[in-house]
Design a protein around this ligand. Sequence first.
Ligand code: FO1
Length: 312
Amino acid sequence: MNIDKIQIAALAGGVGGARMLDGFAALGMGDRLTAIVNTADDFSLWGLPISPDIDTVMYTLAGLANVHQGWGIAGDTRVTLDAIARYGEDPWFLLGDQDFATHILRGHRLAQGLSLSEVTAQLVISLGVQTRILPMTNDLVHTHIRTEDGWMDFQSYFVGRRHADHALEVRFDGIEDAESAPGVSEALIGADLILFCPSNPIVSVDPILSVAGVRKTISASTARKVCVSPIIGGQAVKGPAADMLHQAGYEVSALGVARWYGELVDVMVIDEKDAALADDIRALGHEVIVLQTLMGDRDDRARLATEILAAL
Ligand code: FO1
């Protein structure tokens, strides 16, 4: 694999995906990197279209992200949200003032007739990001989670109830009619490396794979298909992936993640803490790369990206 020319297509959700992409972008590979981002978490709030995973990826690659939360903009203020709360609205979803600007403009441009891909491309260019950020689809797809209290939309479960409920079932409304966004198929077909970012396999990556043609294109591709496990030492680095895997009947480990993706993935990148799982993962037919996969600052993300490329 010629590292200087390598084209990467990465399937990404929010924070974990954004950090992994940032590692490759920090190596100066931004112009050979296409991020295909989950949009099934998208929703509308006070008339504004919110695309949390696209924004998390975009802010992270622009160096603007709040590093503690992973989402939102560093140093952002909440004046607008406080003013909205003064009118009696529940400020349950924490939108910062600068973040509001993104949603206002996205809403304005969508209302003018631009697609989500077009709007995203404009925002990405304005923020000086070199990586191509593609929504998985321009059609509306909405994740719903069934808990013991019934079905609810994703952000009500995730943010509203702090993903404290067991996720008994997951569905992606609208997925049957969703077409992949322009550029998605081309990026997958042209990729030498298809990267499954350390994102939640069930609610971040699976919606992307479920868009018409995506799974098939990946299966048919001769690219190296590499998954960085989002589970380290039996725990999700962030979010509800551990509970979701367990509820879906999979072991909560890098081995469970390998089983979840099955033949779609050739290479599993697992953490040093999970080195003991390597033989069992190899027995499934995967190659295994053992690295320190927990990512800190940008240097550390670049370190992991470098080590993955070197191991490949
Ligand atoms: N996640 C939270 O846990 N609480 C929030 O209040 C919150 C606000 C928020 C605002 C903008 C944005 O782009 C993302 C935001 N997130 C918040 C993160 C986000 O909802 C989730 O991390 C993803 O949907 C899961 O990938």
